[in-house]
Design a protein. Structure first.
Length: 212
């Protein structure tokens, strides 16, 4: 091919390279699996739950129910939940005129449950209020007048279950208003609500009757 110097080109046997790569592949896969195992990862087919997700899903999940007014069964749900109370029921309410719920609290007290109710100061002068019912039946009731409005509507049952939402414990909330009620079974959440309840209880005064 001309007078210039020629250099022999190395002959590469690509078949040998393919064989060598094939032989090395299992080692690479094994190494990859070891690295993933040490890092806590796992291989999962598409569409399945990874072991990491499966591990996290074994933690206790909050259980909840939601109800909407009017006539969505919120009052019945509160009464049913109170019927299962065994140790404590802590209540905060802005307005409280529901006879079924007041009766359910009284029944809980008769079973030996520690029932305590905190109401807004407006309940001292309201035309219709369960404050007198509670006081006359021996359910401890207190007035929180440290705020413009004590607008909480909650119940904490046995330190585990929280009842909350916009739903006042009233007949109107059940039959005429647009409201929501949540019943959540979660110990950590109940602990936070209990802490806040105690803070309000610390500055509340025992209810002594109307206009007193």
């Amino acid at each position: 091919m001309g007078s210039g110097n020629s250099f022999p080109l190395p002959i590469v046997d690509y078949r040998k390279r393919v064989v060598m790569m094939t032989l090395r592949a299992p080692r690479l896969v094994s190494l990859l699996l070891v690295v993933m195992a040490l890092s806590g990862c796992s291989l999962s087919p598409v569409g399945t739950t990874s072991s990491l997700a499966a591990t996290s899903s074994t933690k206790p999940l909050a259980q909840w129910q939601v109800y909407f007014s009017p006539n969505g069964g919120a009052t019945e749900a509160v009464v049913r939940t109170l019927s299962k109370a065994k140790k404590t029921v802590l209540v905060q309410a802005y307005s409280f005129t529901s006879a079924p719920i007041a009766k359910a609290l009284l029944e809980a007290k008769k079973r030996g449950v520690d029932v305590r109710v905190i109401l807004d100061k407006g309940q001292k002068t309201a035309k219709y209020s369960s404050a007198d019912f509670f006081r006359n039946t021996g359910v401890p009731v207190f007035i929180d007048d440290a705020h413009a409005i004590a607008h909480n509507k909650i119940m904490i049952i046995d330190g585990v279950t929280v009842i909350t939402g916009s739903f006042n414990f009233t007949k109107a909330a059940e039959e005429r208003n647009a409201e929501n009620l949540l019943i959540i079974r979660d110990k950590k959440l109940a602990l936070a609500y209990t802490k806040n309840w105690k803070e309000h209880f610390a500055h509340s005064e025992p209810y002594r009757g109307r206009n007193r």
